[in-house]
Design a protein around this ligand. Structure first.
Ligand SMILES: Nc1ncnc2c1ncn2[C@@H]1O[C@H](COP(=O)(O)OP(=O)(O)OP(=O)(O)O)[C@@H](O)[C@H]1O
Length: 617
């Protein structure tokens, strides 16, 4: 990671810079963004637009009413005799009403912005999760994918800013339209002057926004590492080892180094932004006062009325600040739109493993079985190594196959290919004579149940932890209980005060932690929930005591009666129960046969079996 960071300062800052063209192009994301907002709540969307339209007309109207009031006052004060002030009070009343209306609408708009923002954040979160579910396992093992995911995730809450930003922009633009029309009637040059006055600070701001986006983007991996360090430094899952190995100092140091580095770079940017900001806005202010002097002089020489003076000066001030706001917002808007690009980039990632257009019905029951035809597989992130190579064998229908091999031999990889978590890099896997890729992916996954060695310990109730085997059946309590009985999880659950509703893991409320073997019994229950035709257990009993292991396999034999199963195990007491044993070495098939046939062959299996048997003597 540190290496990567050093490289970045030399070569990737350029790459991370975003050109003007890209910034404008990013605005093209706005329609898609508004579609998201519209989908979040059409009613609030329309309400927001309408209220903002009304509000946009208020500043110009107020200024104009103000002008009329002053002209009235001047006229009345010049009159001799009793003055008729009816019209004056009407005007004052109108200005008061406008002020009240403006505040009321302002409040309503921020309320709607807030509500709409929350709905939008929820909607984006849901879409992020839904999209993640469609992606390939391989994509989750790719660091650049995580960077994208991370940037997209940051979009969920930040997009509220964009929402009110864009709506606010439109409102301001309309408001400027009204005010500008008034100014143009007196002197169109005034409008031009305002534009020139605000340009320097606009350019400056744009430049700094771009730098800050580049900085934040180029730091995505480090920010992820910071999040990770924060998690490792303070979580129930790591606390044990952090304490025992005294890792806290190491973790804190690493966090401090990274975060300080980021802070320093951010600080440098923030300071130069503030300095330039003062200078460039100063230029704008000078331009503004130049025009102001011109207006005042015209009033003094009697070319415009006192009311005109206040109207012009007010409009001028308002247009300038609105324009400044718009231009400033514009640069942050393009920046937000670029962030939005990250979100849409993430949504654009397509899974490579999916169902074909026309699918073949999944055989029920499976007649021939699964045939590996010269299968080879490389993980995308270690493309120079074959995890499996030249693998050919058939897992017959109804057969119980055990996979044996040393660590890293490729056993789990083989299983992942069977479940189509990956597709073979070369060769193919046939199911009843047809490529596994021709079947509907959901049906394949439904008919193949796998309990992995690194199964997930969901911080949810014990019942749900079993029901994940077939989540649609989560309310089917008898089924859950039956599965628990078969996997011996029922004895674990009987000891829990909350029974099946007991929260597991210590992260939430009254959650309780289980022992490794107890968790494994719960996870095994998932295999019984599913009515799969092929059941795969990847080291299912590694954490179980000898008696529990024996019992689990007695029951497993019943479960898999008439179905196919694959068991990965380093325990030969388990392995020998299989119909056939496939020995893998460095990703290749070394030998395959029944326990007795392989012992007779006196090859690697016999050697490993002998080693373990001697250990027990
Ligand atoms: N996600 C991955 N990305 C890259 N390489 C991987 C990945 N998973 C496994 N490998 C590599 O593929 C090879 C086979 O791994 P696999 O997990 O299939 O071994 P295994 O036989 O199940 O080992 P064990 O007995 O330790 O569970 C190993 O060299 C491993 O380093």
């Amino acid at each position: 990671m540190y290496m990567a960071r050093q490289n970045k300062t030399t070569n990737s800052t350029d790459k991370e810079d975003v050109s003007w063209r890209e910034r404008f192009a990013a605005l093209g994301n706005l329609p898609a963004f508004f579609r998201l907002v519209w989908q979040a709540s059409p009613g609030l969307f329309i309400g927001n637009v309408l209220l903002r339209l009304i509000r946009a007309a208020i500043p110009a109207t107020t200024l104009y009413v103000g002008k009329l009031i002053i002209d009235q006052v001047v006229q009345l004060s010049g009159q001799s005799g009793p003055a008729d002030t009816t019209q004056l009070w009407w005007l004052v009343g109108a200005e008061f009403a406008l002020a009240v209306l403006s505040t009321g609408i302002g409040r309503a708009v921020s309320l709607i912005d807030g509500l709409l923002g929350d709905l939008l954040a929820n909607r984006i979160s849901v879409q992020l999760m839904e999209h993640a579910a469609t992606l390939d396992l391989e994509q989750f093992e790719d660091a650049t994918f995580y960077d994208k995911l991370e940037r997209a995730r940051r979009q969920t809450s930040g997009r509220t800013v964009l929402l009110s930003g864009v709506f606010g922009q439109v409102q301001e633009l309309i408001s400027i339209g009204f005010l500008g029309a008034g100014l143009a009637v007196y002197n169109p040059w005034l409008l031009l002057l305002i534009l020139v006055a605000v340009t320097p600070s606009f350019i400056g701001d744009n430049y700094f926004n771009q730098r800050s986006y580049s900085l934040s983007r180029s730091w995505t991996p480090e920010r992820r590492e910071l999040d990770y360090l924060r998690y490792v430094g303070a979580s129930d899952e790591t606390a044990k080892e952090v304490k025992i190995f005294g890792l806290s100092g190491f973790l804190v140091d690493r966090f401090r180094t990274l975060s300080t580095d980021f802070f320093q770079q951010n600080k440098k940017l923030a300071i130069s932004r503030a300095g330039w900001g003062v200078l460039l806005t100063g230029l704008g202010t000078a331009g503004y006062y130049g025009a102001y002097v011109w207006i005042v002089l015209r009033a003094v020489t009697g070319q415009i009325s006192l009311g005109d003076l206040t109207f012009l000066a007010g409009s001028f001030r308002q247009v300038r600040s609105s324009l400044e706001g718009i231009l400033l917002q514009f640069s942050s808007l393009t920046q937000e739109a670029i962030y939005l690009q990250d979100l849409f980039d993430y949504f654009a990632i397509k899974p490579l493993i999916h169902s074909p257009r026309t699918t073949r019905p999944f055989p029920s029951p499976i007649r021939e079985g699964f045939t590996f035809e010269n299968v080879g597989f490389k993980y995308a992130n270690s493309a120079d190594r074959w995890a499996l190579r030249n693998l050919s064998f058939t897992l017959q229908a109804g057969e119980k196959l055990a996979l044996v091999g040393e660590n890293g031999a490729g056993k789990t990889t083989l299983v992942k290919l069977l479940a189509r978590l990956y597709d073979p890099t070369e060769g193919r896997i046939l199911l009843d004579g047809y490529d596994l890729r021709e079947y509907d992916l959901d049906e394949v996954r439904h008919n193949i149940g796998v309990i992995f060695q690194d199964y997930t310990r969901f911080k949810m109730s014990a019942g749900v932890n079993i029901a994940v085997g077939d989540i649609d059946e989560r309310t089917n309590q008898p089924r859950i209980q039956q599965s628990a009985e078969r996997s011996l999880a029922d004895t674990v659950i009987a000891k829990l005060s909350g029974g099946y509703d007991q929260q597991l893991g210590r992260s939430f409320g009254k959650g309780v932690e289980l022992s490794g073997g107890e968790w494994q019994k719960i996870a095994l229950g998932r295999a019984y929930m599913r009515d799969a035709q092929l059941i795969i257990l990847d080291e299912p009993t590694a954490a179980l005591d000898a008696r529990a292991e024996y019992e689990v396999f007695q029951r497993f034999a019943q479960l898999t009666e008439g179905r196919s199963s694959v068991i990965i195990s380093h325990r030969f007491s388990t392995v020998r129960m299989a119909d056939r044993i496939l020995v893998l070495e460095n990703g290749s098939l070394l030998e395959i046969g029944s326990h007795y046939a392989l012992l007779e062959k006196d090859g690697r299996y016999a050697e490993l079996f002998g080693l373990q048997a001697r250990g027990y003597q």
